[in-house]
Design a protein around this ligand. Structure first.
Ligand SMILES: Nc1ncnc2c1ncn2[C@@H]1O[C@H](COP(=O)(O)OP(=O)(O)OP(=O)(O)O)[C@@H](O)[C@H]1O
Ligand SMILES: [Mg+2]
Length: 394
């Protein structure tokens, strides 16, 4: 039987982070809002992605995850969610990445009216995310050696739009091991259920993938954003597989004529079954789309996110504000009780850890002081441990 650890609670420590709030969960991981503190009141909020234990325990998955995440941590682009580090705490793998305020594209698609607004919004999202994807597809290492990364899991839930109207690609580096590098076997485990409808034919057949595989997925996202429907919504994985590999792509104007006819040709080329028939790059695809559709500016996208998703954003803002101020108050209380600078940026509880960015970190004398202070103030009586339980996103 698969062992599953209970979800983390607000107020718990995880590696060098304080867990403040559960943000959500997907097929492979749980996401938390975390806080890292440092000297002089330094504080950084991060999103912590904890890989589900039953996956992290699979040695093949682990190895692929570590390899890919090592590369993903090197990615640095305004349209890619920044991974700060990959680490292990309490025997669990996790990623710490930038915390984003905003909504995923699927939430925005659901809220936006179809027609002109959906079209100009989609053009903006495609243009921005294509830049992030193109950067990864054409990545080089420090010696100039090409190290292209294919995302492999582009979908509306992995494209995020911030309240400033900036689009970010999420979950780079997680996708590869999700498909085991070869899409076939792992898709049948159910890990990827729900993502099959965005996979290009070569990916579901387990053939070689490249940037054009992500382009196909982006084409599906565009079709869905314009129609508000699922393109490859079928009852079984087999029927999805068959539709992706055999069925022609229906016109986005099939139900109601709302879009320029030229959009169908752009989508059809992005969704060509043979990668050689697609655009050569995601950037080329975006350029062609934005020749036909005038994309929204960042400010327009920001305005739309803030107005269409006002309730959801306000709720999240309130939750975050509450847990952050409670956690600050708890830190101050603890500092007053122990007289120690408990928020020094050192690994206090776990001792030395190894991470992919910084390598081994030794416990400093300051850490020992804090460790001693913490030992003098046992976990149960620590104010920090009284932090709020994570609230599930509604
Ligand atoms: N860095 C981040 N900052 C803020 N919210 C995020 C961040 N990364 C992901 N999220 C949100 O957290 C939730 C869970 O994300 P997660 O990637 O685990 O699941 P998913 O994308 O819904 O499914 P999956 O990736 O397994 O297909 C989603 O609503 C996502 O938009
Ligand atoms: Mg995701």
């Amino acid at each position: 039987m698969v062992h599953r650890d209970p979800p983390r609670k607000g107020g718990e420590r995880f590696g060098r982070y304080d867990i403040l709030l559960e943000l959500g969960r997907g097929g492979m991981a749980e996401l938390y809002l975390g806080r890292r503190s440092g000297v002089g009141g330094f504080e950084k909020l991060v999103a912590i992605k904890r890989i589900l234990p039953h996956l992290a325990e699979d040695p093949q998955f682990r190895e692929l995850f570590l390899n890919e995440a090592r590369i993903a941590a090197q990615l640095s682009h305004p349209n890619v969610c920044q991974v700060h580090e990959l680490d292990e705490a309490d025997g669990e793998l996790f990623l710490a990445m930038e915390y984003l305020e905003g909504v995923s594209w699927d939430a925005l698609i659901a809220a936006a009216p179809r027609g002109e607004i959906a079209m100009r919004l989609a053009a903006a999202v495609i243009a921005q995310t294509s830049e992030g994807l193109h950067y990864a597809h054409t990545l080089h290492d420090a010696t100039g050696h090409p190290t292209p990364i294919v995302h492999r899991d582009v979908s509306p839930s992995n494209l995020f739009i911030t309240i400033d109207g900036v689009c970010k690609v999420l979950d780079f580096g997680i996708a590869k091991m999700a498909t085991g590098g070869r899409a076939g076997p792992k898709t049948r485990t159910g890990v990827l259920k729900g993502k099959l409808p965005y996979m290009a034919p070569e990916q579901i057949k387990g053939e070689a993938v490249d940037g054009r595989t992500d382009l196909f997925a982006l084409g599906v996202c565009l079709w869905e954003a314009l129609t508000g429907e699922r393109l490859y919504d079928r009852d079984t994985d087999f029927l999805i597989w068959k539709a992706i590999t055999e069925d022609p792509v229906p016109s986005v104007n099939a139900r109601v004529q709302r879009y320029p006819a030229a959009i169908d040709a752009v989508i059809a080329r992005a969704l060509a079954k043979d990668p050689a028939q697609r655009y050569a790059t995601v950037r080329e695809f975006a350029a062609e789309l934005t020749r036909i559709v005038y994309p929204m500016s960042d400010a327009e996208v920001a305005g739309l996110v803030r107005s269409l998703c006002a309730d959801r954003l306000a709720r999240r803002q309130r939750e975050v504000a509450t847990v952050v101020s409670e956690s600050r108050a708890a830190s101050l209380e603890l500092r007053a009780m122990t007289g120690a600078d408990v928020d020094r940026d050192v690994d206090r509880d776990a001792g030395a850890t190894t991470n992919l960015r910084g390598g081994a970190e030794r416990e400093s004398s300051a850490a020992s002081t804090i460790g001693a202070a913490r030992r003098a103030c046992p976990r149960r009586s620590r104010p920090r441990a009284r932090g709020p339980r994570p609230r599930r996103p509604r």
